[in-house]
Design a binder for this molecule. Structure first.
Ligand code: AMP
Length: 397
């Protein structure tokens, strides 16, 4: 093996590795695709950020990822459109390999040598989800080095997360290390100046996170559909707004645990009779009729949230403030996105829909960290130890 640039492993800085050979990278390229077109390439862009440095120290680079939850082969969940998008972004050919089986890859790697490759959807093979040893060994066979860089999937006990790496010289990738570093900031920040702002549809997804983080924050602001379960727990009439009845009790416990301090709920709303219909703005709860659906936060709430956010030094935001996909109901999300973007505070954003909102109303570079993590970020912030986190030394290039 030739000695080129040096790669250092964080846990053993004195130990230097010269050449990575044929590299297999497990990325999270699970992005929305419609009619063969990638609708949002944020995760792809983040996954290829360090590829030039990697090319300097490896023979070939092969990406692998899951997409969606296929039951066997499904054409609509093929990674082919992603290899096209990667080729565009990198301005070089990313060779798509339809078959994850080692023989084909060995042949391709032998003949093309210094290329960039993308394997077909890992989950087309049931060995991936079943965490099958034989499958893991087969995928690993043509390669020398494994880089686990799929933070968004590292909460899964799947072969590509916990098994393939056992057969190769394995590292934790730079994107994944960055995600962990940023989320650790959320877990360790001092509470006097820390605000969390949560929204989105489901309160059930975020209860564990709230329980884990509430003692560490100064303020928790709750908007989106999830605020209505809390408002109902306080005895308000929420009309026909989204509510998870079975979690009203948990919401009440959370509210009681802070004696009415720390948590701020909306006081006015954008309201409609049906999602397809028009909005009435700045409606207070006392004005809700039984068929009203709260779909956005109102003017007073935006002002109140902005005031609290402006006093914070660190902000963690997850989930839109309303049904922001519909222009008429997007005002609150837009205002909050832009307010955080302009603030001095250190801002960390998690969750797919908040990222979509940023892309719609602002720009990801106005935030200190925008997570690619989705469900995995939430589980990490719940305090869970995730199967794929910190199992390998960090790759630092
Ligand atoms: P989540 O995946 O839980 O973060 O939810 C994101 C979704 O929440 C988005 O598609 C929003 O349209 C939706 N959402 C936000 N606010 C509301 C609301 N007040 N009522 C219904 N859905 C909402």
């Amino acid at each position: 093996m030739t000695s080129q640039n040096k790669v250092k492993r964080l846990l053993a800085p004195e130990d230097e590795l010269d050449w990575l050979g044929n590299v297999l990278i497990r990325s999270d390229l699970n992005v929305p695709i419609s009619n063969g077109n990638v609708l949002d390439n944020f995760r792809i862009k983040k996954s290829i950020e360090y590829i030039e440095d990697l090319q300097n120290i490896s023979t070939s680079i092969t990406f692998t990822s899951h997409l969606g939850r296929p039951a066997g082969f499904e054409n609509s969940l093929s990674l082919k459109p992603i290899s096209d998008e990667m080729s565009k972004l990198l301005n070089q050919d990313v060779v798509f390999i339809k078959n994850n089986l080692d023989k084909e890859i060995i042949n391709i790697l032998k003949t093309k040598k210094k290329g960039i490759f993308l394997l077909e959807n890992l989950r087309f093979n049931e060995g991936e989800i079943n965490n099958d040893e034989k499958f893991a060994k087969g995928v690993a066979k043509p390669f020398d080095t494994y880089i686990l860089d799929a933070f968004g999937a590292c909460h899964r006990e799947h072969a590509s997360i916990v098994k393939i790496g056992n057969h190769l010289n394995s590292f934790q990738g730079p994107l994944m290390s960055k995600e962990i570093e940023e989320l650790d900031k959320v877990l360790n920040v001092s509470n006097e100046d820390f605000t969390i702002i949560l929204g989105g549809a489901k309160v059930s997804d975020k209860l564990a996170l709230i329980k884990n983080l509430l003692p560490r924050v100064n303020s928790l602001l709750i908007g989106g559909g999830m605020c209505f379960t809390f408002l109902k727990a306080l005895g308000h009439n929420i009309g026909n707004s989204l509510c998870e009845e079975e979690f009203i009790e948990s919401a009440k416990e959370i509210l009681d645990s802070t004696d009415g301090k720390k948590i701020t709920l909306p006081v006015d709303f954008g309201v409609t009779k049906a999602i397809e219909s028009h909005a009435r703005n700045n409606i207070e709860l006392s004005q809700f009729s039984d068929d009203d659906i709260g779909v956005d936060i109102g003017k007073e709430t935006i002002k109140k949230f902005q005031e609290i956010l402006s006093k914070s030094k660190t902000i963690f935001w997850n989930g839109p403030m309303g049904v922001f996909e519909v222009d008429e109901f997007s005002h609150g999300t837009k205002e909050i996105t832009n307010a955080i973007a302009e603030m001095e505070a250190y801002s960390i954003v998690g969750g797919g829909d908040s990222v979509n909102a940023i892309n719609k109303f602002s720009s990801t570079d106005k935030f200190n960290h925008v997570s690619t993590g989705g469900g995995a970020s939430l589980e990490y912030l719940e305090g869970k130890s995730l199967p794929g986190v910190n199992i390998y030394n960090q790759l630092i290039i």
